[in-house]
Design a protein around this ligand. Structure first.
Ligand code: NAD
Length: 291
């Protein structure tokens, strides 16, 4: 199925580079494009063909996007309009965490030109991307999904077709709003345990064997918070973007979310730097109280 098929990856960051490595491993001749020469060098080291123009990357049979924001996605599509007008049908698989409205607009633009577009945001972090073990949540038509299926299989352990265009990003924003809240509530739980004389490690062991657990407590705290490594590969800037977009979705749909709105406030007003890892929000020992 992959024989002779080429994949072009636009955005070779923490996620995109791993995805390119996964499609290459699955047998696709993979080419990658990024604005950063350093990322292109890393891709080349991993056996990906680095290309320096969008025209070259869009000559591939299937395209994967892994870009920071919805605006980046829309900008790239705008730039490649002439290329898209001149080539046969292609499906763009947009794995960026984006905005449902932008996904719908881009899908409509591409459909007008005879092309397909899936919003296919992912969960699983850089290691899931590098291992082809992501969870993908997909919005778009069944026909585009069928077309993209070999690439999606190379990237994911589980792919869920959520619904029409935009549905993948709605599901992703809901997921990340909960992830952001769980990071804060788990940190508060561990802070309370320590204040009441129970070591955080012991409390975390209990949570993870009981009903207070989440992926934050089961994976993120043991791997990146308890050891103060804080290097999961997902930045504060990206999580703050997701939380902001989830709030916008709540406002647009008139949905009242008292608890997660409070959690979103904490993310929006955090003094952490945009480049800090998002797991620093789980630092449950406030400064000056380290033991
Ligand atoms: P990143 O900042 O590490 O990588 C983004 C890459 O895109 C950078 O290398 C940048 O140079 C490149 N880029 C920006 N604009 C470009 C353009 N116009 N053309 C080509 N390249 C361009 O970000 P990331 O962590 O890899 O995240 C990518 C997307 O995946 C984001 O939407 C993020 O929200 C989402 N995501 C990230 C994670 C994670 O754990 N890092 C998990 C799930 C989803």
């Amino acid at each position: 199925m992959t024989e002779g098929m080429t994949v072009g990856v636009v955005g070779l960051g923490a996620m995109g580079l791993g995805m390119a490595l996964s499609t290459a491993r699955a047998g696709f001749a993979t080419r990658g494009f990024d604005l950063s020469p350093a990322r292109l060098d890393l891709a080349q080291d991993g056996g990906i063909t680095p290309v320096t123009t969008l025209e070259e990357v869009f000559a591939a049979d299937r395209i994967v996007f892994s870009l920071p924001t919805a605006q980046d996605v829309a900008r790239v599509i705008d730039k490649v309009r002439p290329v898209l007008q001149d080539r046969g049908r292609i499906v763009v698989i947009d794995t960026s965490t984006s905005e449902p409205d932008v996904s719908r607009a881009v899908a409509a633009t591409l459909a007008d030109m005879g092309h397909g577009f899936l919003d296919a945001p992912v969960s699983g972090g850089p290691s899931g991307a590098a291992n082809g073990a992501l969870t993908m949540m997909i919005g778009g038509t069944a026909a585009d999904l069928d077309d993209a299926r070999p690439v999606i299989d190379a990237l994911s352990a589980k792919a869920i077709h959520v619904g029409d265009s935009g549905a993948g990003n709605v599901a992703k924003l809901v997921n990340n709003l909960l992830c952001a809240a769980h990071m804060v509530t788990t940190a508060e739980g561990l802070r309370l345990a320590e204040a009441a004389g129970v070591p955080a490690e012991a409390a975390l062991e209990v949570l993870n064997a009981a009903s207070g657990r989440s992926m934050m407590s089961e994976v993120h705290f043991p791997t990146w918070v308890m050891n103060e490594g804080f290097d999961s590969g997902f930045t504060m800037a990206l999580m703050q973007k997701d939380v902001r977009l989830a709030r916008k979705l709540a406002a647009d749909t008139g949905t009242d979310l008292p608890l997660t709105t409070r959690a979103a406030d904490l993310w929006a007003t955090s003094p952490l730097a945009a480049t800090d890892d998002f797991t620093r929000m789980g630092d449950f020992r406030p400064k000056g109280q380290d033991q």
